[in-house]
Design a protein around this ligand. Sequence first.
Ligand code: PLP
Length: 379
Amino acid sequence: MIPFNKPYLTGKETTYIQEAVDSGHLCGNGIFTKKCQSFFEQKYNFNKCLLTSSCTDALEMASILINIQPDDEVIMPSYTFVSTANAFILRGAKIIFCDSREDHPGIDEDLIENLITPKTKAIIIVHYAGVATDMDKINSISEKHNIFLIEDAAQAIDNYFISSDGSKKTLGSFGHLSAFSFHESKNIIAGEGGLLVINDKTFEHRAEIIWEKGTNRSSFYRGEVDKYGWVDVGSSFLPSELTAAFLWAQLENIDVIQKKRLETWDIYYKELKNWALTNGLKLPFIPTYSTNNAHMFYLICKNVDQRNHIIKSMKQKNIDVVFHYQSLEKSKFYENKHDGRELLQSEKYTNCLIRLPLFYTISKEEIYSVISNLTLIQF
Ligand SMILES: Cc1ncc(COP(=O)(O)O)c(C=O)c1O
């Protein structure tokens, strides 16, 4: 059996968890939490980071921070995970779904401006498969209309946008707020886990309060106040030190993990290029303004029948090939709330996108087995 994903352990996870246990500080915001947060702040030049229990939590914090009110409108791609939308739905927002690009499942940047109304509070972009959204375009829309920009960077760890002026900036550093995921399906994992990046300094203080259940406990620990209490809304968004200790073992190895994933991605791309062309499938598209973090290797089939045939044929060979999101405007929860616009590209990716096994420990033999079984399928 070749699974779609296999969580990779660097070997240091249990050592660091034991260290956390021995230290006697098991709840959140201890030494490992601080180490992980500083890692992101220093390596990627993020202004301030807070570890969360999931990317879902980080998005919910973002929604509270930008003060979403009932009937505020939030623009986001329909081809995304439910958490991107739920975080804002929970606070009463109306989601305005935007279609994907023709050449890539990410949001079609050129469609956004037409969706902006006086009620628009934020644009949420998702760097699908870790591939950068065109941040030159997105930044100028957000600035021109004075609308919050939030990056759902769940899949985008260690990836960069190259601007038209040649400058290179980490994904996650553009949004007023950004969210990453360390779910076991991601490049860097903690079982469940996430990170809120606070690039807009005006959110720093309140973010810490919301993170600590609505209290000013962080200020108290820094000696800034002599007692702590309930000062705002909040929730239990911070993970325990056990999660942070696990994550630290992964972050120490990020360069090795990324290199190996990229090697696998490159083999798939090279070996499947001609076959895809001959059989009407499309390979992943990486625009020149994006680097590749090899989060995912996907293919776009020519139709849903071809997609189902591939998944079934590979299953018979014990190889897990899987589809991905279901366009959210057509979901049971949202179909009656959507404004009726057809989102044809998003539908296309719902029906035609497949993902191949890609994980750190996949062997060369397994990669070539995926390739040969795929290319032997008769259409
Ligand atoms: C684009 C996107 N956003 C958010 C999430 C939620 O991440 P988490 O499971 O860490 O809450 C996911 C999960 O895969 C995702 O793909």
